[in-house]
Design a protein around this ligand. Structure first.
Ligand SMILES: O=C(O)c1ccccc1NCC(=O)[C@H](O)[C@H](O)COP(=O)(O)O
Length: 264
């Protein structure tokens, strides 16, 4: 495991323990039951892929460990509306505060401003956090295979299924991909960012995508900056892109989505 992931895991587990002490599983489940109904995340990706040949998960990301501050002018509902107007199929919203300057309120406020399904992009180590994600309104969770063992990954997916949510299973290498393919989730993301060095290369996607069976819905994550990059990963089997930084650095984000995806 990378130092960054280990550092994040340490504070995230402590933060989750504090949240659980304040709100039991029964309490958070009651909130999840009364949350806004689930919007089909994978359904939306499939529909957009069928219509356009490639779907976009557009990320709301203020800062990151590798890049520092990405966007100072940061208004989650306005960003969500711009992404929706540009043609994104789904949103990804970072809720981690310490490393990404995210917040739970970013997800709640952005989702309320649009009709798109939302991925809670955070570091999950406990099924309680999945119920919490649903309570916030999330439609999909992230399972980072580099951060969890097989048993915990299965528990997170089972909890997501319990709440009728999708689970994006994220991998960085062949060993993680083999473990991901054993899980009952069709949504697989290949992350092109090396979590140890922070190097980003689309070669990672080219190398791993060959081993993903056709019955999985494959997402290319990180390091996609141009329509050429989008075409490259599409040719290697991507059905959707997850893009943060390159869109967040643009003034007109609707136009940036259209240019990236080549929408008219
Ligand atoms: O972005 C980082 O620096 C980072 C560092 C450590 C763990 C995760 C990290 N990013 C999360 C993501 O997966 C990306 O935000 C997402 O794939 C979008 O990537 P990009 O388009 O390159 O912003």
């Amino acid at each position: 495991m990378s130092d960054t992931l280990e550092r994040i895991g340490t504070y995230k587990r402590a933060d989750t323990a504090r949240r659980k002490a304040a709100l039991s599983y029964a309490d958070i489940s009651a909130k999840a039951r009364s949350a806004s109904p689930v919007r089909g995340f994978l359904d939306s990706l499939r529909a957009r892929h069928a219509a356009d040949g490639l779907a976009l998960i557009a990320e709301i990301k203020k800062a990151s460990p590798s890049r520092g501050l990405i966007r100072a002018d940061f208004d989650p509902p306005a960003l969500a509306r711009a992404y929706e107007a540009g043609g994104a199929a789904c949103l990804s919203i970072l809720t981690d505060t310490e490393s990404f300057q995210g917040a739970d309120s970013h997800l709640v406020d952005a989702r309320a401003a649009v009709s798109l399904p939302v991925l809670r992009k955070d570091f999950l180590y406990d099924p309680w956090q999945v119920a919490e994600s649903r309570a916030l309104g999330a439609d999909c969770i992230l399972v980072i295979m580099a951060a969890v063992d097989d048993a915990l990954a299965a528990d997170l997916v089972a909890e997501a299924t319990h709440w009728n949510m999708d689970a994006l299973i994220e991998v960085h290498d062949h060993a993680e991909l083999d473990r991901a393919l054993a899980l009952p989730s069709p949504l697989i993301g290949i992350n092109n960012r090396n979590l140890r060095t922070f190097d980003v290369t689309l070669d990672t996607f080219d190398a791993l995508s060959k081993s993903v069976p056709d019955d999985r819905f494959l997402v290319a994550e990180s390091g996609i900056f141009s329509h050429g990059d989008a075409l490259r990963v599409k040719r290697s089997g991507a059905r959707a892109l997850l893009v943060g930084e390159s869109l967040m650095r643009q003034a007109d984000m609707s136009q940036a989505v259209r240019a990236l995806m080549n929408f008219a």
